[in-house]
Design a protein around this ligand. Structure first.
Ligand code: KIV
Length: 317
């Protein structure tokens, strides 16, 4: 068997430092997982991570929502995806083994105890990390920290969060279109980072908001509908290879090929080169919001004594 390098959360952090973007896709079964794992063979054409998303409720189970998906279902399909990766590795098809991230379904992380218990179920099923939705408003910091303290890597998910779609700050799907919404998203990302998240997924926000969060965070910021300037991209694989009946979202792109593996490799290359998504596929903010986010930086503490932030203060607090 050829040497296989496993992609870890440290790989993600190193990639951010080196300016290499991560390419991720969802996967819900063993065959797609094997294709993801074997599509590319270098850091510039590989799929770095697979999300076993609760979007399985839409793509696989026909529920038409993610909110009916159960922990038992997620645990089972995580095992299928892990089998697909393992088989591809055993078959000698893989150079880099993607990070496998399990998506915690609704009501499985309402408090730290439940969060830790269910995160452990994902790890036992074969995941390397878990993802959960929410930021400051949902107050998930304690849960993130508790799971992180158990040694389980956590990816945050902010912006449009389907599990709490009726409780978001901005109307409609795109979040961060108002000053209040943009501020909350920036705060959320840094709050998740402070509580131990190794990366944050930002779903559906104007591209300049996606860029500002990416510039401010030390951990990788991965976008789905957050424009081209993030540290990486995720798409739902069914959207990428056109396995859906409806019209794809604005931020989705596809390739004119009959070969899924080819499309997946092309996707990884375009993400890493930064050529997709295009700006024309991205959401925009008003000038007022753009102006606000240019200077808004919650990392700096404003001091009334010097009327400046610590970074600029000569008095050395
Ligand atoms: O479940 C999922 O696939 C997701 C992505 C849409 C972000 O959470």
């Amino acid at each position: 068997m050829a040497d296989v390098e496993k992609i870890t959360v440290n790989t993600f952090l190193q990639m951010k430092k080196q300016g290499i973007k991560t390419a991720g896709l969802t996967g819900y079964d063993s065959s797609i997982a094997g294709i993801h794992a074997s599509a590319g063979k270098t850091p510039m054409d590989r799929i770095d991570w697979i999300l076993v998303g609760d979007s399985a409720g839409n793509t696989m189970f026909g529920y038409g929502t993610t909110t009916k998906v159960t922990m038992d279902e997620m645990e089972r399909i995580t095992g299928y995806v892990k089998n697909g990766i393992d088989n591809a590795v055993k078959g000698g098809h893989v150079t880099y083994q993607p990070l496998l991230v399990g998506d915690m379904p609704i009501n499985t992380y309402d408090n730290p105890k439940d969060g830790v218990y269910n995160a452990k179920r994902f790890i036992k099923a074969g995941a390397d990390a878990i993802k959960l939705e929410g930021g400051t408003r949902k107050g998930v910091g304690e849960v993130v920290k508790a799971i992180f303290d158990e040694g389980i890597p956590v990816m945050g998910h902010i912006g449009f969060t389907p599990q709490t779609a009726n409780k978001l700050v901005d109307e409609n799907v795109v979040q961060g279109k108002t000053i209040v919404g943009a501020k909350e998203l920036i705060d959320d990302a840094l709050y998740l980072q402070a509580n131990g998240a190794f990366a944050v997924l930002v779903e559906c926000t104007p591209w300049k908001v996606g860029k500002r969060i990416t510039d401010l965070a030390e951990i990788p910021i991965i976008g789905i509908g957050a424009g081209p300037k993030t540290d990486g991209q995720l798409l739902i694989v069914h959207d990428l290879i056109n396995l859906t009946l409806g019209k794809p979202f604005k931020f989705v792109w596809q390739y004119n090929t009959k070969n899924a593996k080819e499309a997946i490799k092309k996707y990884a290359i375009d993400v890493k080169k930064g050529t997709k998504p295009k700006l024309s596929q991205s959401f925009t903010a008003t000038e007022e919001v753009e102006k606000f986010i240019e200077t808004y930086d919650p990392r700096l503490v404003y001091h009334t004594c010097c009327e400046h932030s610590c970074e600029h203060c000569e008095h050395k607090h």
